[in-house]
Design a protein around this ligand. Structure first.
Ligand code: HEM
Length: 412
């Protein structure tokens, strides 16, 4: 079957993804596409097809063996085994193994547990916001990514895990190399960072074993479930997943949200008049920006005709989350940013058994970040409001390389 090429890392795509999404949906609700780095895959383009696919555990799985395949991705073979094992986490399993791993941490991320954290989230965000004037350059410009949007969620997840404060900048740097992966050399460089991060987490786990301490990591080391403890390998992979998934995506949600509100002053005014709209505003940002553009791949379990397409056992299928979130059949005026949109059943946190574990935490962090920042600097503005938006060319994630702002209006 003919596949169509979609350049999902081009500047054209990154500056106006909804145009490509429209083109994809025009081709069909399930299409054969060629995507950079990944290659040929089936892509679900509509809200309906994406949500059906993500929920169908019988036909679509994460474990390659269940679909008659040996390995997940060719490029992982270039990494040392110990680094590869980091991806051996709940996201890579279906069925019982997934349930067991997720069951160990589910409670810590439920709405109730997150609401207990709210005062701490507010205090942390407020500290970072207060320090921003110290980071402005001579022309009064500050980049909000390194001084707010990244350290804030990193601090939150590190505290939750119980990792020592003194180590944070260091492990953030190791993890950040992942953001630069575009080719084999950059992947090997990222592999070096991952190696160090893995070693660090293994050390922390060993220290928790000797001396229990407050935090989720120590709890996991000592937890017994059905008489079994997590193996060391499982513990390291779990800590890695929580640390990386727990801050990286949130950085892009926070930056995407700040950028969008600065470009939509009426919506910003509406939010600042009524902070009860914060959660709904964050959900609309999740839909409108779609920080995760597509789901991880699933494997087709058996040959089947699905949405009129001949899917074959072992083929890969993905949900184009950004396209689902801009599907006019589900969202009236999808290109309008409307913080009071209701219902707003976006797919930014996925769906089915792998629905994002950290969604309540991410929502609370983003709402807190917006409230603290906009309340402290009501006149905040983009440093170059007319200039091009510096979207990066990362596959599958909508990220900015900087978010340069002025804290005060230049007219003041
Ligand atoms: C804006 C923030 C976030 C976004 C947009 C996001 C998005 C997603 C998506 C789309 C998935 C499903 C992927 C798929 O099915 O292929 C997912 C899974 C996951 N997310 Fe998030 N996430 C965010 C924040 C977080 C945070 C704060 C955590 C904290 C721990 C987290 C932990 C996870 C985990 C562990 C999974 C795998 C769940 C499973 O396999 O059962 N995420 N996330």
């Amino acid at each position: 079957m003919e596949s169509q090429r979609f350049d999902l890392i081009s500047s054209e795509f990154k500056s106006a993804p909804h145009k490509t999404y429209q083109r994809m949906r025009d081709e069909g609700d399930v299409i054969r596409a060629r995507i950079p780095i990944i290659g040929k895959v089936w892509v679900c383009t509509t809200h309906q097809a994406c949500s059906e696919m993500l929920k169908d555990q019988e036909l679509f799985v994460r474990e390659p063996a269940r679909a008659g395949k040996r390995s997940v991705a060719w490029f992982l073979n270039w990494l040392p085994r110990r680094v590869r094992e980091l991806s051996d986490n709940m996201m890579s399993y279906d069925g019982e193994q997934h349930r067991r791993l997720r069951g160990l941490v589910d409670k810590a991320f439920q709405r109730q547990s997150v609401s207990v954290l709210q005062p701490r989230l507010t205090a942390l965000a407020s500290d970072f916001v207060e320090e921003l004037p110290q980071h402005t350059d001579d022309s009064g410009v500050v980049d909000l990514i390194p001084h707010f949007a990244r350290p804030f969620p990193l601090e939150v997840i590190s505290e939750l895990l119980g990792l020592p404060e003194s180590d944070r900048t260091q492990f953030a740097n190791w993890g950040n190399r992942l953001a630069t992966v575009r080719s084999l050399p950059t992947m090997l460089a990222a592999g070096g960072g991952l190696w160090k991060l893995r070693k660090y987490l293994a050390q922390q786990i060993e220290e928790c074993r000797q001396n229990p301490r407050p935090g989720l990591l120590s709890d996991l080391v000592h937890v017994e479930q059905d008489g079994h403890r997590l193996s060391s390998k499982e513990l390291i992979a779990m800590a890695f997943l929580l640390l990386v998934a727990g801050h990286e995506t949130t950085v892009h949600l926070i930056t995407g949200a700040i950028l969008t509100f600065l470009k939509e002053p009426e919506q910003k005014a509406q939010l600042m008049n009524n902070w009860d709209l914060a959660t709904s505003a964050v959900d609309e940002t999740l839909r409108y920006v779609s920080p995760i553009e597509m789901s991880k791949g699933r494997f087709v379990v058996r040959d089947v005709e699905w949405h009129g397409k001949p899917l074959k056992r072992g083929q890969t299928i993905m949900a184009m989350i950004g396209s689902a979130n801009h599907d006019p059949a589900r969202f009236p005026d999808p290109e309008t940013f409307d913080i009071s949109r209701s219902p707003n059943l976006h797919l930014s946190f996925g769906s089915g058994i792998h629905t994002c574990l950290g969604m309540q935490l991410a929502r609370a962090e983003a709402a807190t970040a917006l409230q603290q920042l906009f309340t402290a600097y009501p006149d905040l503005q983009l440093a170059d409001p007319e200039g091009p938006v510096p979207w990066t060319k990362r596959l599958g994630i909508r990220t900015l390389s900087n978010l340069n702002v002025r804290l005060k209006s230049s007219e003041n």
